[in-house]
Design a protein around this ligand. Structure first.
Ligand SMILES: [Zn+2]
Length: 180
């Protein structure tokens, strides 16, 4: 079975972004666990999480975790902060015309299809030299799912129906990107 690695950002002593009563590390884990459940319910895949509890995991350790068993795809889950709103996705610089970029196109579109129903802003398909994108040997994507420090975004992130819908969109995007 193909191995897919989901990477709930932050954890343990590293809470990630905080605001409006939310901590990024808790949201990324909740969504990671849901996406794993959905993927394994719908496809014949072996889905592994870089962490399944609230613990600290280093960035290189996350990449190694996917590289060692030869995972097919690496999906890093994050939430933004810093005074914006909406969704953006990242791949490693210079990979937009490769399989990595093709999968980003599919994932980004699938997730925005869901988010646009809530009037959320598409901040675009971006590139960045993030460690987990650079050090993973397989195509990788990093999702910034809304802004924790935006009241509007945070209210959605507190809504279990929204979280389930977002998790569904991510799982469906992975399924389409990998032709599962
Ligand atoms: Zn983060």
């Amino acid at each position: 079975m193909p191995i897919i690695v989901l990477d709930p950002g932050h954890g343990g002593t590293d809470p990630g972004a905080m605001g409006n009563g939310l901590q990024e590390k808790n949201l990324t884990l909740t969504i990671g666990l849901k996406v794993k459940q959905l993927l394994e319910a719908n496809y014949s895949v072996d889905v592994r999480l870089t962490r399944e509890t609230d613990r600290y995991v280093g960035l290189s350790e996350r990449a190694d975790f996917a590289n060692a068993p030869g995972a097919l795809y690496f999906v890093s889950l994050h939430h933004n902060a810093g005074g914006g709103t909406g969704f953006e996705s990242y791949i490693y610089p210079g990979t937009s015309s490769s399989e990595t970029g093709r999968r980003q196109d599919i994932m980004h579109k699938e997730i925005m299809n869901f988010l646009s129903g809530y009037g959320l802003r598409d901040r675009g398909q971006k590139e960045a030299n993030f460690a987990v994108l650079r050090e993973t040997a397989m195509p990788a994507i990093l999702l910034e799912n809304l802004f924790i420090d935006s009241v509007n975004d945070a209210n959605l992130l507190k809504d279990p129906t929204f979280i389930t819908g977002l998790s569904n969109a991510i799982a469906s995007g992975v399924g389409k990107a990998l032709n599962l």
